[in-house]
Design a protein around this ligand. Structure first.
Ligand code: NAG
Ligand code: NAG
Ligand code: NAG
Ligand code: NAG
Ligand code: NAG
Length: 412
């Protein structure tokens, strides 16, 4: 036990060198939640969950409060003990479970040092978000037809056909028991996730469900996560946007450019999101372990500066008790920043919306403005030309009118 403790501390010290640390990018999945949906024969209904489907549970709140406490200790000489708005910026996916996770996490990270009411031991910290349908960075719900097409190709690939053949009996069994009918890797997730949530919360499950069924479903769920980001294109369109933001945060720090935070004082960018976000980022970095990310799993990209003033990046995955140092393929544990940028360049979208086959709002507004401008200028030109033509016609007509008048007079 004593030896283990020593090994533990050596492990922590070996992976942490705070004096050289300059910036932390921290992404985490929300904590324990209720199922997001159900299946037709499920005896457990939405009403059996205190806040309904897809919501952070008390357990999930605890998980993130404790994770916040863990990072408070882990980064205690790096992050101010009291909240300093110049040091940290927090962004969350716009789902309640992610927003609540961030709140609980921050409550653990910043135990109040100067309370605004003696009995309220809470330090408020702002959390930013954008609507899901516009969020290509955290919620990953912004429409991306190119991704959908490429993912659909994967679902019809030989790897998946082979897998469906292998698990045919299991899919038929689950399809019958759940009342869902045809089951396959693309729609096994709701069953796997719902049963997992219910088992974690000690509901008594239907008799066809035992632990080996749950495990089998979990394995298939993990496989479905692997498929989601299985190619460079899929990684680029889903994990790329967040990685791009993190690279920008680090680049701003290195080159003293003010971004969301003031460059000099910036210490941490925190992101609260989903298992899909964690898997997408890890996949884009080439370090995904092909296991569906557990609740409150976190990915850390640390920027360090060595005494020679060169910068390097360390990548960690914390899916349990502490961050594990990972190595990006083709680099070392301390990956020089330039090399890190170069190694990840193929998964960083240049123009995400364009690559997805959608137009971003700014482009649409610009086009609309150009169109309106065109119409105005065109209209002006047409009116001017018409005016000139009419004017010419009138000046030519006047003498003729006179002639005809003269002619008429002649007749009379
Ligand atoms: C703090 O809590 C105690 C005990 O609940 C109560 O008696 C006291 O009035 C509270 N003080 C304030 C400032 O709310
Ligand atoms: C999986 O099942 C769904 C629902 O029946 C179906 O729409 C989809 O095409 C199937 N996917 C594949 C790859 O067979
Ligand atoms: C489920 O039961 C286990 C074992 O009794 C317990 O440790 C755990 O806290 C329970 N989980 C919930 C969410 O109540
Ligand atoms: C895609 O998934 C298959 C099956 O798990 C795996 O063999 C292959 O290495 C994966 N490719 C990438 C680029 O992740
Ligand atoms: C965490 O990651 C390690 C290394 O990839 C893996 O062995 C372990 O099973 C993972 N644990 C969970 C809970 O995902």
């Amino acid at each position: 036990m004593f030896l283990l403790t020593i090994l533990y501390f050596i492990g922590v010290c070996a992976s942490q060198d705070l004096p050289s640390l300059r910036l932390v990018n921290l992404l985490y999945r929300h904590g324990d939640r209720s199922p997001v949906e159900s299946y037709p024969t499920n005896p457990i209904t939405e009403n059996d969950w205190p806040q309904g489907y897809g919501q952070l549970t008390k357990e999930g709140m605890r998980e993130h409060y404790q994770l916040g406490q863990f990072y408070r200790e882990y980064y205690k000489t790096f992050l101010n003990a009291s909240y300093d708005r110049f040091q940290i910026s927090v962004r969350s996916s716009n789902l309640d479970r992610c927003l609540l996770s961030a709140e609980c996490h921050l409550a653990g990270l910043y135990p109040p040092t100067d309370t605004f009411l003696p009995n309220v031991t809470w330090q408020p910290v702002p959390i930013h978000t954008v609507p899901e349908k516009n969020d290509s960075v955290l919620a990953l719900q912004a429409p991306c037809p190119a991704y959908d097409k490429a993912y659909d190709d994967i679902l019809h690939s030989d790897i998946v056909k082979e897998e469906e053949k292998r698990n045919k009996d299991f899919y038929i069994f689950v399809g019958e028991k759940t009342g869902l009918g045809h089951e396959n890797i693309s729609n096994i997730w709701p069953v796997a996730d719902t049963l997992y949530c219910e088992s974690r919360h000690n509901f008594s499950l239907p008799s066809w469900v035992n632990s080996s069924i749950i495990n089998k479903l979990r394995t298939l769920e993990s496989f479905s996560f692997t498929l989601m980001y299985n190619t460079t294109l899929l990684q680029r369109l889903k994990g790329g946007p967040l990685l791009k933001v993190m690279l920008e945060n680090m680049n701003n720090k290195i080159n003293r450019i003010n971004g969301t935070l003031d460059a000099e004082r910036a210490r941490m960018y925190m992101y609260s999101a989903h298992d899909t976000t964690v898997a997408a980022l890890l996949s884009a970095l080439g370090v995904f372990n092909d296991i569906s990310p557990p609740y409150a799993a976190s990915v850390i990209l640390e920027l360090h500066e060595d005494p020679a003033n060169t910068y390097y990046v360390k990548v960690f995955y914390n899916n349990g008790s502490q961050p594990m140092l990972l190595t990006v393929p083709g680099c070392s544990e301390k990956c020089p920043f330039e090399k890190f940028v170069q190694l990840t360049s193929n998964v960083i979208p240049d123009n995400w919306a364009k690559e997805c086959g959608v137009q971003d709002a700014a482009a649409v507004i610009l086009q609309f403005s150009l169109l309106m401008f065109g119409i105005l200028v065109g209209g002006f030109v047409i009116i001017t030309v018409l005016f000139v033509i009419i004017a010419i016609k009138c000046t030519r007509k006047s003498p003729r009118t006179k002639y005809s008048l003269v002619a008429q007079e002649d007749i009379n």
